[in-house]
Design a protein around this ligand. Structure first.
Ligand code: ADP
Ligand code: DP6
Ligand code: CO
Length: 355
């Protein structure tokens, strides 16, 4: 008997212009556009296997070996339903000899090789890998941008992980959400010198999930409106230009400003949300001082590193590869490591103040 199975991986992406706020919570339509860098597949990733079998009685999902309930009408159920619909419409209705996999239940098993729900974008790689594995199982003839419409309904940030390099998620204006999708601004090969260093300050699950945190911000923060209307649109244009021109100084300036405004908006929420901790703030101080010295005319007058924090205390530092050695020794000097994994990409720690 044929076994229908597909395994796919998807990397995390870390936003430089942050998505924070939904105008439609069911379709996951954002209040502003966002832009991120998709990290290399070799590092932080989700690996997902999907199987379809006529003998399965219901759709089931295991995350890191533990079964998670698939709530009817919930995000996972929506993604699965959308992909089954595409299988039927684009494959089975066209080729009547194709197996009717869309009528079988699926079993999905996913593993993250990094902390889940700790502010390192596990929902992004997780729903991108889930979407990609079902699309492969169903042999869907869809480009990544089309699949981004489905991954978006699992977790907003997931739509950007289906594309590599520098990726924008255009907020769109349609109520249907059909123009709220991810597009590549530049491939990774355009600017391969940019590397990312992940500093694991804490690998524990965060207190406020991104979903509930941003909902509370939409309901209570007056600063969010200012951000949406007067700040993000210009930053999207400016950072895209900086990327196209490989202007790291400008890229860093905008990235750090946007991370700080996102955390200001979290603080402007009632009750306030604190995603960063003292170690996160100390890392900011170290990078700010490093850039202050780099900005002196006698040192070249350009920033050498950019920090950014998602909804958690863990820092991501973007910098040209040439500066990474210096940055890593500086971080290790100020934050002695408990456990460090070294690879070609940088350092990835798992315990305490790890880098
Ligand atoms: P993060 O900062 O890690 O993205 P979120 O609060 O946005 O945290 O989302 C975490 C949730 O994403 C998890 O509780 C789980 O429901 C979902 N998730 C994480 N990894 C996966 C995965 N590999 N497959 C499916 N869902 C996942
Ligand atoms: C701070 O995509 O995790 O990482 O759409 O509710 O699943 P849901 O939220 P999620 O939010 C990510 C927020 C962020 C910024 C970003 O990735 O753009
Ligand atoms: Co998330």
């Amino acid at each position: 008997m044929a076994v229908y199975s597909a395994t796919t991986t998807a990397p995390v992406n870390i936003a430089c212009i942050k998505y924070w706020g939904k105008r439609d919570t069911k379709l996951i339509l954002p209040t502003n556009s966002s832009l991120s860098v998709t990290l290399d597949q070799d590092h932080l990733r989700s690996t997902t296997t999907s199987r379809a079998d006529a003998a399965y009685v219901k759709d089931r999902l295991w995350l890191n070996g533990v079964e998670e309930e698939i709530k009817p009408g919930g995000r996972t159920a929506t993604c699965i339903a959308e992909l089954k619909r595409l299988r039927k419409e684009l494959v089975e209705d066209v080729d009547s000899a194709a197996p009717t996999l869309s009528s079988f239940s699926v079993h999905i098993a996913s593993y993250n090789n990094f902390p889940t729900a700790a502010g390192l974008a596990s929902s992004a790689s997780g729903f991108a890998a889930l979407t990609a594995s079902l699309a492969a199982l169903y042999s869907l003839p869809c480009p990544p941008t089309t699949l981004s419409l489905i991954a978006r309904q699992g977790s907003g940030s997931a739509c950007r992980s289906l594309l590599g390099g520098f990726v924008a998620w255009n907020a769109g204006t349609l109520d249907s959400g059909l123009d709220s999708l991810a597009v590549q601004v530049a491939p990774e090969t355009h600017w391969p010198e940019i590397h990312a260093l992940i500093c694991v300050v804490s690998d524990t699950k965060k207190g406020t999930s991104s979903t509930s945190g941003m909902q509370r911000t939409v309901e209570t923060s007056p600063l969010l409106q200012h951000r949406i209307e007067h700040v993000v649109p210009q930053r999207m244009i400016d950072i895209s230009t900086a990327i196209r021109n490989r202007n790291f100084d400008r890229f860093a300036e905008i990235t750090m400003a946007d991370s700080n405004q996102f955390h200001a908006v979290a603080l402007d929420t009632s009750p306030p949300i604190f995603y960063m901790n003292d170690v996160s703030r100390a890392i900011i101080a170290v990078i700010e001082e490093y850039n202050r010295v780099a900005l002196l005319p006698e040192n070249g007058g350009k920033r050498k590193a950019a920090y950014t924090y998602d909804a958690g205390p863990n820092a991501v530092i973007y910098a040209p590869a040439a500066n990474m050695k210096e940055i890593i020794s500086m971080i290790i000097h100020f934050f002695p490591q408990q456990e460090v994994f070294k690879d070609s990409f940088g350092l990835f720690g798992t315990d305490g103040v790890g880098v």
